[in-house]
Design a protein around this ligand. Structure first.
Ligand code: URP
Ligand code: ZN
Ligand code: ZN
Ligand code: ZN
Length: 478
């Protein structure tokens, strides 16, 4: 094993299944050897005292996506992927949004223009499908899947994105036919509208009422409906950003029945609460925490942990969806200040996803380091068709995070490297922080300093998800 470009020496190598003290040898951006006593490389990194794990893969981030209210997102690809790198990630999968009336092809081209030459880490795209025309489902989607856009997201709420039940069934069926994995935002549109209008009439308009307008029953009901549609059409689905016990129990129930229903949860659902949204008026900090589904409460965090520990959730993603605090307050728009309804939904979190899970999960004995790797990297790669990512073995991309498991950090805005002007976790203390992020053998971050440049991230066409393939093998009902 000669001519190594890079040897990462003496770390504790941890994957989703194994751990061993070993050196990792890299050539041409690929891992070519893992073992003890590798020969000297052109570059050497001393990893003693550190964990060497596959680079984080965050399969749920929003970059350069306009909000329905017209608010500009705080991160484009440059700052968003920079923040990802700062947090130990080497791949993100953001969304290409199809606005109604737009073709899927144009949506994808639009986001390529936004990302080209602007990414510090590798990236793929899920397609947000809002206009399920026969052309989009019958022609465009299969063509895009064959070009590596192998997952879509659909919404059961939001005026400009919601699909009705008939549309959901048509989309699920079409996705099953061509192998696209469907991610579903499960919150019921009618119930949210009903609650919102009642609250507004009662003068309850401050950010806290965002949480009141979307109780767990709203998420549970939609999750159950999505699961039923998935069963009818015989397709696997991923229920994203699950916030609490109710929707989690639906996924558990479905999995126990043998349905291919997967679940994703996020840091906000084990660490933030509806109380964080409390404030007397629109000027309070409550809007900093407005996201959907809303954060719940400590009892709900415990339920989510049980779902993480028992395999209900396969992925732990950030749902990074950053807006400026000022934008959230709607200082520039009277309408936006008139009700929680107009506060853009979403919070920034790509840089803190891994530290929060390590600190609350591994350090508190809730999950093992191997499970941490599965939840933050390997499962994302397998579920979303990134065959070359998510493990440490010869042939894989040399995407590595050198993790300092005992490093104590107080989270603060200046560490985030994102475009937003705040972090919801300001002042939170964590144990465990990335010391170095390596993308295809290149050091992109060392001790908090982002090196590299935004032309180094590559677009990743993805394979059809294992889950979608297996579902197709068991036969298409239609
Ligand atoms: O509040 C959130 N999560 N906004 C982002 C869009 C979404 O639904 O994932
Ligand atoms: Zn969503
Ligand atoms: Zn999202
Ligand atoms: Zn079909």
């Amino acid at each position: 094993m000669k001519n190594l470009d890079l040897v990462i020496r003496g770390g504790e190598v941890i994957t989703a299944s194994d751990h061993a003290r070993a050196d990792v040898g890299v050539r041409d951006g690929k891992i070519v050897a893992v073992g003890i006593g590798l020969p000297k490389g052109k570059r050497e990194i001393d990893a003693r005292g550190l964990i060497v794990m596959p680079g984080g893969i965050d399969s749920h981030v929003h970059l350069a996506q306009p909000s329905a209210e017209g608010t500009v997102m705080a991160d484009g690809f440059e700052s968003g992927t920079r923040s990802a790198i700062a947090g130990g990630n080497t791949t993100v999968i953001p969304f290409a949004l199809q606005s109604r009336g737009m073709s899927l092809r144009d949506a994808v081209a639009d986001y390529h223009r936004k990302a080209d030459g602007q990414a510090y880490c590798d990236y793929g795209f899920h397609i947000i499908l809002t206009d399920p025309t026969p052309e989009a489902l019958g022609q465009e989607l299969p063509a895009l899947v064959s070009r590596g856009y192998t997952s879509i997201k659909v919404f059961m709420t939001y005026d400009d994105m919601v699909l009705n039940d008939r549309e959901l069934l048509e989309v699920f069926d079409a996705a099953g036919d061509c192998g696209a994995l469907v991610m579903v935002h499960c919150e019921g549109y009618d119930a949210i509208r009903f609650m919102t209008e009642k609250l507004e009439k009662a003068g309850k308009i401050s950010p806290y009422y965002h949480a009141v307008s979307r109780p767990e029953a709203v998420e549970r009901e939609a999750a159950h409906r999505a699961i039923s549609h998935a069963e009818i059409t015989g397709v696997p689905i991923m229920i994203v950003h699950v916030s609490g016990r109710e929707a989690m129990e639906q996924i558990r129930w479905a999995r126990n029945r043998g349905l291919r229903i997967m679940g994703e949860t996020c840091p906000q659902y084990v660490s933030l609460s509806a109380d964080d949204l409390k404030g007397l008026n629109m000027d309070d900090t409550g809007s900093k925490y407005v996201c959907s589904p809303p954060p719940r409460d400590p009892e709900s965090w415990a339920a989510i942990w049980s779902g993480i520990q028992t395999g209900v959730f396969q992925t732990f993603s950030s749902d990074h969806c950053p807006f400026y605090f000022e934008g959230k307050l709607g200082k520039k728009s009277a309408a936006a200040r008139s009700s929680f309804r107009w506060v853009p939904n979403g919070i920034p979190g790509v840089a803190v996803r891994m530290p929060l899970l390590w600190s609350e999960g591994v350090m508190k004995g809730r999950i093992s380091p191997n499970e941490f790797v599965a939840l933050t990297s390997t499962n994302h790669a397998r579920i979303y068709g990134l065959a070359q990512k998510g493990s440490i073995a010869p042939g894989f991309d040399a995407d590595l995070t050198l993790w300092d498991p005992k490093r104590k950090i107080t989270i603060t805005q200046s560490l985030m490297e994102h475009g937003a002007d705040y972090t919801p976790w300001e002042g939170v203390e964590v144990t465990g922080w990335p010391a170095m992020t390596i993308l295809r053998g290149e050091i992109m971050m060392r001790d908090g300093e982002v090196l590299g440049n935004p032309t180094m991230g590559n677009f990743l066409p993805r394979e059809i998800s294992n889950e979608a393939l297996r579902a197709r093998e068991s036969g298409d009902p239609f």
